[in-house]
Structures are given as C-alpha cells and as structure tokens.
Design a protein around this ligand. Structure first.
Ligand code: KIV
Ligand code: ZN
Length: 425
C-alpha cells in the first residue's frame, strides 16, 4: 500500500530513461491486438480494435502492436486507422510526454514488410516488428532453410525495414522460438541484425517452454555475448504453456530486459501471453527488487480488462490475479475481520490502485458478525436503526440464508433479513 506511486513521482522520473534511483524505464509493449487476437475463436473488428487501442494509449503503454497487416485486408485497415487515429493521441499521456509507438508485425518477407510499413507510417512514432524462426526444429521442418540462409534472410529484411522507417521509425527483430534455439547461433544472428539496423531485440519463448531461471539466464547470456548488445533494447516475449509467462518475464527484467511484450488479461495463442497487469503490478509492488520503473496508469487495469473480455468474449477466470472478480475479495471470517481492522493484514496491493471500486468483503457462511455489521452500516443501518438485539437476530438469520445460498449474500438479501428480523423483535 505504501508502494502506490503518485503521478507527481512518475512525472519526475520519466524525463530520461534512467530515474534518480538509477532505474530504467520499463517499456510496455502491448500485443493484445496482434498476439492476443491469435487466441482461438477471437476476432475483433476494426472499430473494436480502435476502441481498445485508444484505451491502451491512455493506459500509458509505450508500444501498441496493432496487428499483422499482411494477414488480411481487414488487419491492414485496422493497423492503418490505429496509426492515424491513435498514433498522435496524447490524452492521459501528459506525464510520459510522447504518444505511443504503433507497430505492425511482418515475417522476414519483403511483401509483409512493405505492407506493415504502409500500415504504420502515419503514426508519429512507428515500428516494424519483423521475425524469423531460429531454432533448428523450425529451420528444418518449417522453413526448410540452413542457419546461413536464416542469417542472410534476416539481415536482408532488417536492412529493408531500416531503409523504410529511416530515422523516424524503428525496427524490432524477433528470433522466433528463441527459447529452443542454440544460444551460440542467437549471438551470431542477433549481432548481424543489430548491424543491419534493429534497435529492439525481442526474445520469444514461443512455445512457453522455459523456466524462469533458464529464461533469465538466456537474456543475461545474450546481453553479454551478442556484438553490439549494449546499444539495443532487450525485450521479453513469453507464452504461458506451463503457467510461467509472468515469472519468466520478470526473470528477463532482472537480467536486463527493459521491454516486456504482454497482453491484457494474458490472452493469446494456446495458454496465452504474459499478462500486462501481472507484470506491471509485480514491478509496482516490488520496487526494491526490479531495476525498472513504470509509467502505467494502473487504475485503468480493471476497466480495460472488462472491455477486452467483453469484446473478445474471453471470460476472465474469477481467481485471475489483479483483474479477476475474486482477486481482492475476502471470504473467510478471519480474513474479513483482519481487513476490517487493517486492510494490510490480508492485502498486498491497494484494490483502488488497479481500479477496483467495489467492496472487498464477500458475505457468505464463513463471514463473522463484524463483517455483517460493517456492510449493514454501509447500507445505512447505524445507531438506533441497528440495535444490538436487532443485529443478534439478523446475524443468526444471515447465517441460515448464507448456508443455503451457493452465491454471496447480496445487499438485497441483507435488506430482507433486516425487515424480517425487525418483525421478530
Ligand atoms: O511467440 C512468438 O514467437 C511471436 C513472434 C511473432 C514474436 O509471437
Ligand atoms: Zn507470441
């Protein structure tokens, strides 16, 4: 709770990439509209994508990967409109001082790259993100090319990207399936694409295979052994197949990555991508652990989570950290009594910091008298309208009702319990 940042503190820290605590700014790269849309069964139309992109810009994300323009005319159109309409937006970003970068994905294929550039170029800050697989499994079975061919293609295509964006935009390169690629090969190919003009090197654990210590080690080694590594931004891109995407991303940050690729609610291919809200709140809550600071308006997490869930039809599991319905709800009487006395007893984050505005107490059969009294007080039953005798009868009735209900006891239920209890006095 004492960790809550004030906007003033944030404003003081964003003027350079390094703040007064020697922390580097965490670049939040949101790919809800690209990798997130790769969730089975999800398709967003252009208007929905623009609406989400607007909220992401206000949230303060640094880069929006708006889509894969070569994938379809609709995707191209959506990326182009986001570049035109959201690219220049400054609303909610005054403390950051610049608009968000609009990015389009492209395979290392000339047609993809030219199309991506056409789609993003209207944004004042734009990026082409190009990728090519580097693991032997992908080279042999999917691309059917040698490592030498892979380097040649990557260098040629990054050079093309750079020639298109010039000094206005920038280029990101991803060695797809880096998590299962030979690190020695990665040092070589990444060194060559840096020379060709890539300024962000993103390291995808495409199939969510790595553990946190392995992924952290990979980032550390790449930074140490890749020629030119000190002049570029290292980025994480983790998938959640083993439920380790957030931990892997945080391990990447501990080992020097300063960009994280994430999605709202962690949506994405298969088990999804790293969840934006989990990473940012981890950095936010553990300021002394991570060598980065963020400029995200965390109070928007719950509203934007609901919006993405509604538009994609992907339901957020109730116990999902940060944005799940139960994430800040206390059910047992002991916990409820604790948080009523002092929220810090069972809360490590202030619910208001992530946009939770409703009560943190879920009334059910485990609830104690204290919790019931507090809710009744909030509903207006105070002083003489809630005598000790009335509370005694109402609490007994509350327990009977709670025992028979499968869902929490609602305010409506409490009003009914009070009027019934009054008639028994
Ligand atoms: O998971 C992955 O490898 C990707 C790349 C296209 C960056 O999404
Ligand atoms: Zn991915």
């Amino acid at each position: 709770r004492s960790n809550s940042p004030t906007l003033a503190r944030t404003m003081a820290t964003v003027s350079s990439n390094q703040n007064s605590d020697n922390k580097r700014k965490l670049i939040v790269f949101d790919t809800t509209l690209r990798d997130g849309e790769q969730s089975p069964g999800v398709t967003l139309n252009t208007e929905e994508k623009i609406a989400i992109a607007r909220e992401l810009s206000k949230l303060g994300v640094d880069v929006i990967e708006a889509g894969f323009p070569q994938a379809s005319p609709g995707d191209f159109q959506a990326v182009r409109r986001i570049a035109e309409e959201v690219g220049p937006m400054m609303e909610g970003r005054e403390h950051i001082g610049s608009p968000t970068t609009i990015c389009g994905l492209a395979r290392c294929v000339e047609g993809d790259i030219r199309r991506a550039y056409e789609a993003v170029k209207a944004a004042p800050k734009h990026r082409i993100h190009t990728f090519l697989a580097t693991s032997d499994i992908h080279l042999k079975h999917k691309l059917k090319i040698s490592r030498e061919d892979c380097i040649e293609r990557a260098v040629k295509m990054v050079t093309l990207c750079k020639s298109l964006v010039g000094d206005v935009g920038d280029v990101e390169f991803s060695p797809e399936d880096a998590g299962r690629s030979d690190p020695e090969f990665l040092y070589e190919i990444l060194g060559r694409v840096i020379e060709a003009g890539a300024t962000t090197l993103n390291i995808p654990d495409t199939v969510g295979y790595r553990t946190p210590s392995q992924y952290g080690e990979l980032i550390r080694k790449l930074r140490k052994n890749t020629p030119g590594s000190q002049d570029v931004i290292w980025s994480t891109h983790c998938h959640n197949d083993l439920g380790m995407a957030t931990s892997n991303t945080l391990a990447g940050i501990e080992n020097g990555a300063t960009q994280v690729e994430v999605t709202v609610n962690g949506i994405g291919e298969r088990a999804g991508n790293t969840s934006l809200e989990e990473v940012v709140m981890s950095v936010h809550t553990h300021r002394s652990v991570y060598p980065v600071y963020h400029t995200i308006n965390t109070k928007m997490f719950v509203p934007i989570s609901r919006m993405v869930s509604d538009m994609t039809g992907m339901v957020v599991q109730p116990n999902k950290p940060i944005v799940g319905r139960n994430a800040f709800l206390h059910q047992s009487g002991i916990h409820q009594d604790g948080v009523i006395k002092n929220p810090e007893t069972y809360e490590i984050m202030n619910p208001a910091d992530v946009g939770v505005t409703t009560s943190n107490i879920s009334l059910g059969k485990l609830s104690g008298r204290n919790a019931v009294r507090q809710r009744l007080n909030e509903l207006g039953y105070t002083g003489s309208s809630l005598s000790d005798d009335l509370l005694k009868i109402a609490f007994a009735r509350f327990k009977e009702v709670a025992d028979h209900k499968k869902t929490p006891v609602t305010d409506q239920d409490l009003h009914a319990i009070i009027s019934e209890s009054r008639s028994k006095m």
